[in-house]
Design a protein around this ligand. Structure first.
Ligand code: ZN
Length: 478
């Protein structure tokens, strides 16, 4: 018997079990979306799907509640498909194998998809419960959140008609998210000219041991950037014969390693001594330098080097590019605007540089992007901005945050925490598509998300459900 089959159908856990029984990894949400539409039809509620595959269900206001704010409850219906090493599991065809033990629900060696199936289940339970007395209520179920906010970014704006949107994907209900950063990637493609290598020996200079980290959530920790430090070292050494410069991987990661191939008449000892001296001087300029070091290894001798004039300009610009927090929101205690110098890759005739900028305010981010673009302009590359996603400007004075704070105080005796994050959320796209929509983000607690250990505390899930129901009903009364 399935986990959910003997539960009452007004129970949110019934819907969570139902969701787990229909495979729904990111990009394969169609079957689940169709099931949600058929459930709506069974309950006599209109439902529609947009071209991106997102679904909206509408439930009209109960008699006497027509003047209450119309509320959209939103969650994403895709999940991260991750199985433990050695576990054979086909997320596209197999239902999740749920295990309930001591009040904890998890899946057998795979992600559980409580992120955000738990949020979606709460929405279905509320929408379909005739006893809930509320104003106009809508359920919005988005797709492909985990693979780049694809559903939200391509959402039909008509799906966002309403006064408030409560996003149920934040995994906490004693702290409420009220803002998130937007971002974009700024890239450069730079044609390279090469010339014959001078006399000397070829070495690879490897920078290793920096801490790296997520460029949104750790940029304020002032960790070393491998690209900048390596450029500073080569500049200090007056290196003009550069064959290649490589480092960094993802746009959203602070580069922890970088390599340069150089030609020099210096001996390995001279290089190592210079590297050690530079390491000591530079290690005091950033945090977490414990493992930071250089390795100097002989390389295959190169016939051609990058144009020395270009190299000088490139090293100067790479050594001085702004890579930091530009602005902070003191009240919220978070980074407002930042830029990450993410990666450099050198091929025979082309150098590709990626940077990424984030901000709670799109305008400020665009200004920083323009500044970085101007900084690298002397390299005569082609600059492009891609992967742009809008920010959700933090506002602690919206109607929903005031209402839920008051209700939280009544239920728990204290005000909830309020925060914003320096990374992208679906709510950024919603705020941009419908600027009058008042948005907050919270949700049922989900633990160890995106891992095969993901779990959910069933008592907390029930508690969240009751709290959400109180919010909806209390709001409708006012
Ligand atoms: Zn999520």
């Amino acid at each position: 018997m399935n986990f959910f089959e003997n539960r009452p159908t007004k129970d949110a856990l019934y819907y969570f079990g139902l969701i787990c029984s229909i495979p729904h990894p990111s990009g394969h949400e169609q079957k689940l979306a169709e099931k949600i539409i058929s459930l709506a039809n069974e309950h006599g509620l209109p439902a529609r799907m947009d071209n991106a595959g997102n679904v909206r269900i509408d439930r009209p206001a109960a008699p006497g509640y027509e003047n209450a704010p119309s509320i959209i409850l939103q969650g994403h219906i895709d999940m991260v498909p991750k199985a433990a090493a050695g576990k054979e599991f086909d997320f596209e065809t197999q239902p999740l194998e749920l295990i309930e033990e001591n009040g904890i629900l998890r899946a057998n060696g795979t992600t559980l998809g409580a992120d955000d199936g738990a949020g979606a289940a709460c929405i279905l339970a509320l929408l379909f419960d005739p006893e809930v007395k509320t104003g106009a209520l809508a359920g919005l179920f988005t797709v492909q959140e985990e693979t780049g906010l694809v559903g939200a970014n391509n959402l039909d704006p008509e799906m966002l008609a309403g006064d408030w949107l409560l996003n149920l994907d934040a995994g906490t209900f004693h702290e409420f998210c009220i803002g998130c950063a937007g971002g974009a990637r700024l890239s450069f493609e730079i044609p390279l000219n090469r010339t014959a290598a001078p006399a000397g020996t070829c070495y690879t200079v490897k920078l290793r041991g920096l801490k790296g980290g997520h460029s949104g959530t750790t940029i304020h920790e002032k960790r070393g950037n491998a690209l900048i430090l390596l450029a500073q070292f080569l500049q200090k050494m007056s290196v003009h014969a550069l064959c290649s410069f490589n480092g960094g991987s993802a746009d959203n990661a602070i580069p922890a390693e970088a390599d340069a191939v150089i030609v020099t008449e210096k001996t390995p000892e001279e290089l190592r001594n210079a590297a050690e001296q530079f390491r000591e001087e530079s290690a005091v300029t950033f945090n977490a330098p414990e493992e930071y070091h250089f390795e100097i290894v002989p390389a295959e001798s190169s016939e051609k080097i990058l144009d020395p004039v270009f190299t000088e300009t490139f090293l100067r610009l790479a050594a001085t590019v702004p890579n930091e927090v530009f602005d902070s929101d003191e009240e919220l205690g978070i980074v407002k605007t930042s830029s990450n110098f993410a990666s450099i890759h050198t091929a025979e005739n082309l150098m590709v540089i990626h940077t990424s900028q984030r901000s709670l305010e799109d305008k400020q981010r665009q200004e920083i992007t323009a500044g970085i673009k101007a900084h690298f302009a002397p390299l005569n590359g082609t600059a492009t901005v891609t992967g742009e996603y809008p920010g959700w400007p933090a506002n602690a004075e919206t109607e929903p945050i005031k209402a839920v704070s008051e209700i939280h105080k009544q239920v728990y005796g204290n005000l909830p925490g309020v925060y914003a994050i320096h990374a992208g959320l679906e709510t950024g796209a919603f705020a941009k598509k419908n600027p009058t929509l008042q948005i907050i983000s919270f949700g049922p607690p989900e633990e160890d998300i995106h891992t095969e250990r993901e779990w959910m505390d069933l008592a907390k899930f029930e508690e969240f459900n009751n709290f959400l129901r109180v919010i909806i009903e209390e709001t409708a009364k006012q």
